[in-house]
Design a protein around this ligand. Structure first.
Ligand code: SAM
Length: 230
């Protein structure tokens, strides 16, 4: 349950320095740092730890609703930072650019992020909510896609992976129907290092791998409103 969670009224009210102490406060002449990648329902943090050295100067956050899981990821990141603390913050493998927060990502996400702040959002192996009457609990719905489009900048990328074909088809249907997202082709994705990470680096992805299950990938770009539609 999430009733005891606190949310900032506006993004500027939230203190990110506790998440990325090496990146705050901003030095004179330096630009203020903002989180750019959000891993929604991050689970045990495998994606964050694999992306961290690939994008060492990008701040990333995992959002996780389960207390124990959030605490685990928190400790995991602390340990990685400790083991690598002699490394400079801009150097890969310092793990100063990743963090986790406990929250219900289906509620109040726009209270944490400014419009267009995010360049990537990840939805990896989200809970399938198989039963029809539970479909409204799915993390990709038309209502939530409007929020994701608000937080993602034009050109930003939304990644989805699941082993559940029905959920894959559901996410593709809703994303295809949304005017602010367009599906990216295999060719557009062939040089994107995130694709390999989203497929194999999360704990759930590894489990599916061990069980030789299917993995369905669908990646969408946030586009500008078609001016002719205004
Ligand atoms: N993405 C991870 C991976 O691939 O290993 C975890 C996948 S796990 C099947 C789904 C995760 O989403 C769980 O850890 C669950 O607690 C989390 N979750 C479900 N609903 C959520 C919500 N509304 N906000 C934040 N996290 C949520």
């Amino acid at each position: 349950s999430d009733h005891q969670l606190e949310y900032p009224v506006r993004p500027e009210d939230y203190d990110w320095s506790k998440h990325y102490p090496a990146h705050f406060p901003t030095q004179p002449g330096q630009q203020q740092r903002f989180v750019e990648f959000a891993d929604i329902g991050c689970g045990y943090g495998g994606l964050l730890t694999s992306l961290s050295p690939l994008f060492p100067s990008t701040l990333m956050v995992g959002m996780e609703i389960r207390i124990k899981v959030e605490e685990y990821v928190h400790r995991r990141i602390e340990a990685l930072r400790e083991q690598n603390k002699e490394k400079a913050i801009d150097e890969a493998h310092s793990y100063q650019n990743i963090s986790v927060m406990r929250m219900n990502a289906m509620k109040f996400s726009p209270n944490f992020f400014h419009k267009g702040q995010l360049s990537k959002m990840f939805f990896l192996f989200p809970d399938p909510h198989f039963k029809k009457r539970k479909h409204k609990a799915r993390i990709v719905t038309s209502t939530l896609l409007a929020e994701y489009a608000y937080m993602l900048r034009v050109g930003g990328i939304l990644y989805t992976v699941t082993d559940v074909r029905d959920l894959h088809e559901w996410m593709v249907k809703h994303l295809d129907e949304h005017p602010l997202f367009v599906r990216m082709s295999e060719d557009e994705l062939k040089d994107d290092p995130c694709v390999a990470c989203v497929m194999v680096e999360t704990e759930e992805g590894k489990k599916v791998e061990r069980n030789q299950g299917d993995k369905f990938l669908a990646v969408y770009r946030r586009i500008e409103v078609d001016p002719s539609m205004d």
